[in-house]
Design a protein around this ligand. Sequence first.
Ligand code: TXA
Ligand code: MG
Length: 334
Amino acid sequence: MDADPDTIARAGALLRQGRLVAIPTETVYGLAADATNDEAVAAIFAAKDRPRFNPLIVHAPDAAAALALVRADARARRLADAFWPGPLTLVLPRAAGCPVSLLCSAGLDSLAVRVPAHPVATAVLRAAGTPVAAPSANRSGRVSPTTAAHVRAEFPDAAGGRLALVVDGGPCPVGVESTVLDLTESEARLLRPGGAPAEAIEAALGAPVLPAPPDMLDDGDGESARAGALKSPGLLASHYAPARPVRLVAWGEPPRPHGPREALLAFGPADAAGFVCVERIGAEGDLAQAAARLFAAMRALDRPGIDRIAAMLVPETGLGRAINDRLRRAAAPR
Ligand code: TXA
Ligand code: MG
């Protein structure tokens, strides 16, 4: 439903009743539930087929509400001032008496919190009046949705009746998920590159940000979990949904087709001769535009008549890190 005031009020009421509601954010659409309701949070994991060891981000309408859920230090407050509302998620120790379901922390002592920069998300969060857990609104391991139509395509049966409402706020302006930054130790660590560039975080912190440790594993849709927390080694394989295989073309290398039915995901004005079709993201070399179009382009190429997808990597700077991260996951062995 279009995000008019009635729909927003209804979304808030459904969330308070423990139902699932898909909402737009500036990054991707989220599958939202009342984070303080164990059954509602469990329904998110069931709807997505998400492994229970992969924790959820909790969303709040403003920094005060988000930071009340965690033990925020000076670094956290500085980053909240600099980036919220916006595409940065902070992982911090849970506050004493934190009302958020332990399921959101997936067995860790920490909680991931963020304040999205999307007027519809903010309005729904205020209408709900409770912290809201929201992973990307896709089946686990698949491409994140950046339109309401993508969400409906992910859950054609409304997740077995669990998904009560999709709030349509138009296409997501950022297009890749939030940056996830771990602040539970003395040095900040990047767990997932995303919409807030690492360079900007380092500038705001006045300190370097460590890369993810080697034991961080991803389950393919821009999500990651520590190896130690994994229950089943069979879940380690990286995978990402386009159903079709994806291979990478190095930055700066002219793309050449492999076989007659290969499609090209092109960054910039690349020559696409010989490819069966092309989706262009970031036509003028614009990384923000490329991020905003990335997931829709991947979905558009995942269709009959195409056997495989060649994806051009982008410069490894700013938003380019998040774009390349998602492309590498898409191309990882399945
Ligand atoms: O942009 C976004 O962040 C979107 C929108 C809907 O807000 N949400 C999103 O959620 O991408 P999800 O569940 O798809 O990804 C959450 C990421 C995962 O990599 C998860 O492992 C990590 O955040 N995460 C969540 N809680 C964590 C915690 N306590 N410690 C470490 N990583 C955590
Ligand atoms: Mg996700």
